[in-house]
Design a protein around this ligand. Structure first.
Ligand SMILES: Nc1ncnc2c1ncn2[C@@H]1O[C@H](COP(=O)(O)OP(=O)(O)OP(=O)(O)O)[C@@H](O)[C@H]1O
Ligand SMILES: [Mg+2]
Length: 419
């Protein structure tokens, strides 16, 4: 079974955590200070955007210092019972087995609404008397509900990571997975992730797994806008949606347009709906959505859009009846879009070659690309010397040569002789 690379490459020690070095050092100093007695601030509050290493840092730190890590998702800390258990844990530095303990309350912004106000207050009360280091994490520390809690915490901000560092991290992973990827390609993925290492690693896996080589053209078609982690969340909400409403809402959350979302769903449902009947139902829903898309194109009646959205979200979500998915299945990028953009780029190259031929042979560029190009291809594939002469005569650039020659190796041989 496939493992998620974001999990596989979780840093096992602090040295492997990238970025935020000064902040991490402050955290380490604070944890060490416990050896001299209970410090003034009994909790550290790590806050910052998703996927920058807050949770991983705490896990790596516990590993490095051989401390027992008691890790809880904060939303479990709603009931009185759970809070009492937390208070019990926090009241002792030493664990049962003699080691030292850290308590991590992860993602405390999961505590929402007034019902959880009590929870935040109870946690604050525990912090006042804690006898072991407590670490809290959240995306933002400045939510009003944390106003009082903040007074008892050492606030540590985790920032987004710079593109260069993320790209470097991706390079390490590609090497380990034996995938050749050049710097520009990895930088592109890093840039798209907007400082979020988790989504960069997940992107890399979706794009590169199973390949020997990842090229810029395999990724450039993605553009910058549709950040993939949101697309992943949206897809999960649609394909695994339990109610029509939640699936429908997912479409609103998405920052990709409806047509692109359609492609994402279409590409991914076969892997996630393992039951044939479920898959047929989902495809049926998509086909109806597609009919409405067609009607919008013809009539420009955008009020029909709600049917498109309903069928492709709620329709797909409700199709899941018997499919059972075991383990983690990665989401794939829509290959139809990739193909379309490839063929668009290809058409452009062909026309540009046609223009070069036009200059020399006085035929139209379109006719040249239709009638002359096939012969050039035969020559370029079979006779390097003649290809070199023709490339010179027509003043072809390396991209054109590669297109005509049909393979990188041949193109390289020709370009080498050209110089
Ligand atoms: N600084 C980092 N160094 C190395 N890997 C990282 C780093 N940040 C994130 N990752 C990768 O992303 C994954 C998720 O990171 P982590 O769970 O620590 O993020 P987080 O900041 O806690 O995010 P969230 O706010 O969503 O909980 C890790 O398993 C790891 O693969
Ligand atoms: Mg986390």
């Amino acid at each position: 079974m496939l493992a998620a690379w974001a999990v596989k490459y979780r840093p096992k020690s602090l040295a492997k955590v990238i970025g935020n070095k000064e902040t991490i050092q402050k955290l380490v100093d604070w944890v060490k200070s416990w050896d001299q007695g209970v410090p003034k601030k009994k909790a550290a509050f790590l806050y910052g955007p998703p996927g920058v290493g807050k949770t991983s840092t705490v896990e790596a730190l516990a590993q490095d210092f051989q401390m027992e890590l008691v890790e809880k998702n904060a939303s479990d800390y709603r009931t009185e019972d759970a809070i009492n258990r937390f208070a019990g844990l926090a009241s002792q530095f030493g664990s049962l087995f003699g080691g030292k303990r850290i308590v991590l309350l992860d993602e405390i912004d999961g505590l929402t609404g007034t019902a959880d106000r009590g929870g935040v207050k109870a946690i604050t009360d525990v912090l006042k008397t804690a006898q072991c280091p407590i670490i809290l994490t959240a995306n933002s520390a400045y939510d009003p509900k944390f106003t009082n809690l903040r007074n008892y915490c050492l606030l540590l901000e985790f920032k987004k990571l710079p593109v260069g560092e993320i790209a470097e991290h991706l390079k390490g992973i590609s090497e380990n997975e034996r995938i050749q990827a050049d710097e520009t390609t990895l930088k592109f993925i890093a840039q798209r992730s907007q400082g979020d290492v988790r989504s960069a690693v997940t992107d890399l896996q979706a794009l590169a797994q199973g390949k020997e080589k990842l090229k810029y053209e395999d990724v450039s078609w993605l553009g910058y806008r549709d950040r993939q982690d949101t697309v992943f969340n949206v897809l999960r909400m649609i394909i695994y949606g339990k109610t029509c409403n939640s699936a429908r809402q997912a479409a609103n959350m998405s920052d990709v347009d409806v047509d692109m979302l359609f492609e994402w769903i279409y590409e991914n449902i076969p892997d996630h709906l393992t039951d044939q009947h479920d898959l047929a139902m989902a495809l049926d829903a998509l086909s109806i959505a597609d009919i409405y898309r067609g009607r919008i194109r013809v009539t420009r009646d955008w009020s029909l859009m709600r049917y498109v959205v309903d069928y492709m979200t709620a329709g797909v979500a409700m199709a899941r009846q018997n499919s059972e998915v075991s383990g983690w299945i990665p989401f794939k990028f829509p290959s139809r879009i990739q193909m379309l953009s490839r063929s668009r780029a290809e058409r452009a190259t062909r026309l540009n070659i046609g223009k070069k031929i036009k200059h020399r042979c006085h035929v139209s560029a379109v006719r040249a690309s239709k009638e002359v190009l096939p012969y050039l291809r035969i020559i370029f594939e079979n006779n390097t010397e003649m290809a070199v002469g023709l490339a010179k005569w027509l003043d072809l650039d390396p991209e054109m040569i590669e297109y005509i020659a049909g393979s990188e190796d041949k193109a390289e041989a020709i370009t080498r002789l050209l110089c």
